[in-house]
Design a protein around this ligand. Structure first.
Ligand code: VG1
Ligand code: CO
Length: 543
């Protein structure tokens, strides 16, 4: 056994996007592709002697091979120890939890999250820092620059080690500890939520359906819901992680989680439904014949946070990504706490959480979380809802209806145009940027434009700056249209159009969402020229 130095050539395009480097599996299977990126991470970190690394992924195709490669490279880089999830499995929130609990220098998450998996699907890799969250852009950019000039990587030639058996083994001088992927995470959840109350709720015959979408959250949900909380066996469906997610898109929205939506629409529907994504950091909340938008979910949890023991002391602040609806802002106002607006991507919440400025965070893309870790957390949100349902004795629909009656309703929808030609998508954005200066004051029929800009963010904690984070057209009544290009896709470009309208009057709180937003949808098309640029008459996915 010895450490080898292997010559390599740089690959173009190894720049991390919204959440890590995501590419087709076939690209990651090229010799040295993963090695180059990992060596660039290690080179950026510098000396790792005596340090601990956390390693795991969502179990998608290529996960196991990648785990072995990274273990052998970590051994060649001087790490004292790697904590790896059994079978190479760790959800994204579990990685964050384990890094923090064990004082690791950082962690590597192997996932392309909600993107499809399998030999023809996507793979991904992301580095998380000691606080437990995704590396900030200063670090991801440094890693990217390193990938452009890399000439060699180092790796141990020791044989592959068994990652299925719990316990400690060694590669060179480095200790490898295979850990239970669920234990640390479950223990944290038990401290945050009133498990006795939730247990009593299930004891009273409360029924729920959790859709693991054949992704990583299945084992977590089974242990916590069916094991610790006594939910009946069968509460978790599609609970076994598969390398190709059963051929589905592990993206918990009403379009991709059609099976759960059908179950929740049946006459004998359970009381509560939920789903999580590929790597377990997203959540969708569903009531009987009633979907909760992620933006509303954040606002409802914020307004009721005190039901959960972990949040009884109150919230320090709320943070949401810019395109997320402003429902949470109204709650922050009522609570007399600040509400921060950040660019899309969980990495922008890290500084606010570390500085104690925000307690809850959320994104419209089915992401919710808090300062308990530094990633969004799917099962955490589900447990928070269960805690609220147990404490209130109300249904999901009742809780949301009462929330709207108190705060008003922010009608909200996101229209995605997937797999659009990248050049056309960029031109659409460029042509919008040119129009920005002339939009303010324009009368667009139902609405008058208050201001229009390209969202630009200065982090209030570390002063770092992010530009071109989404074009927003804000109307005088607060309604908004936001256009942005996705940073997580691997094929062409995806245009996201976010639409929001506030309605104070409870008499108008029960319109179909697309109908309530129809005037804004028309304006989004007129101003953006979406059909002209993309050749698409309608979005591929509407959530
Ligand atoms: C999308 C979402 C964003 C989320 C990101 C990672 O990014 O819009 O809110 O943080 O995915 O989520 P984009 O750039 O495609 O819009 V996950 O669960 O895929 O790690
Ligand atoms: Co995810």
């Amino acid at each position: 056994m010895s450490i080898q130095t292997v010559a390599t050539k740089a690959f173009p395009g190894q720049r991390p996007g919204t959440s890590g480097l995501r590419k087709k599996v076939t690209i990651f299977q090229q010799p040295s592709y993963l090695e180059n990126f990992v060596q660039s991470v290690f080179d950026t970190l510098g000396d790792c002697a005596g340090k601990t690394l956390v390693l795991g992924g969502d179990g998608r195709f290529h996960n196991r091979e990648a785990v072995q490669t990274i273990l052998h490279m970590a051994a060649a880089h001087g790490y004292a120890k790697v904590l790896v999830g059994q079978g190479g499995i760790l959800s994204t929130p579990a990685v964050s939890c384990v890094i923090r609990k064990h004082g690791a220098l950082g962690g590597i998450v192997l996932s392309a999250s909600h993107n499809p998996g399998g030999p023809d699907g996507d793979f991904g890799i992301k580095y998380n820092i000691a606080a437990g969250g995704p590396a900030p852009e200063s670090v991801t950019e440094a890693i990217f620059h390193r990938t452009e000039s890399i000439r060699q990587y180092r790796i141990s030639d020791a044989p592959a080690i068994d990652i299925d058996r719990l316990g400690v083994s060694r590669i060179e001088q480095m200790e490898v500890e295979v850990i239970d992927p669920v234990a640390d995470y479950a223990e944290l959840m038990r401290r945050l939520f009133d498990f006795d109350a939730i247990k009593a709720l299930f004891g009273r015959g409360f029924r729920m359906c959790f859709d693991g979408m054949h992704a990583v959250s299945g084992p977590y949900a089974k242990t916590i819901l069916e094991g610790m909380l006594g939910a009946p066996a069968g509460t978790v469906i599609n609970g076994v992680p598969l390398e190709d997610f059963g051929g589905h898109h592990p993206d918990p929205n009403p379009v991709n989680a059609a099976q759960l939506i059908a179950i929740m629409a049946a006459d004998d529907a359970p009381d509560f439904g939920a789903a999580s994504d590929g790597d377990g950091d997203r959540n969708m909340i569903v009531g009987r014949k009633f979907d909760v938008t992620p933006s509303d979910s954040l606002a409802v949890l914020a307004a009721n946070a005190a039901v959960a023991p972990g949040y009884r002391a109150g919230l320090k602040g709320i943070a949401r990504s810019m395109p997320t609806s402003r429902a949470a802002d109204r709650v922050a106002d009522a609570l007399g706490i600040p509400c921060y607006e950040t660019p899309t991507g969980w990495k922008f919440f890290g500084t606010l959480l570390d500085a104690g400025k925000a307690t809850l965070c959320g994104e419209e893309s089915y992401g919710t979380g808090s300062d308990h870790i530094r990633e969004k957390d799917g099962l955490w949100a589900v447990l928070f809802w269960l805690n609220l349902l147990a404490a209130s004795g109300k249904s999901v629909e009742q809780l949301v209806g009462e929330h709207w009656a108190r705060f008003g309703r922010n009608y909200y929808s996101r229209h995605d145009y997937e797999g659009v030609e990248a050049a056309a998508a960029n031109e659409l954005m460029a042509s919008l940027r040119i129009k920005l200066a002339t939009l303010a004051g324009q009368d667009l029929g139902h609405y008058v434009v208050d201001f229009a800009d390209d969202f630009d963010y200065t982090d209030p904690v570390d002063g770092s700056h992010a530009t071109q984070q989404g074009i927003r057209i804000v109307m005088t009544d607060g309604s908004r249209i936001v256009y942005r290009l996705s940073g997580t896709g691997t094929e062409g470009a995806t245009l996201r159009v976010y639409l929001e309208r506030y309605e104070a009057d409870p008499a108008y709180h029960h319109l179909p969402t697309q109908q309530a937003l129809s005037a804004l949808i028309l304006i989004a098309e007129q101003v953006g020229g979406i059909t002209g640029w993309t050749g698409r008459a309608r979005p591929t996915v509407t959530t």
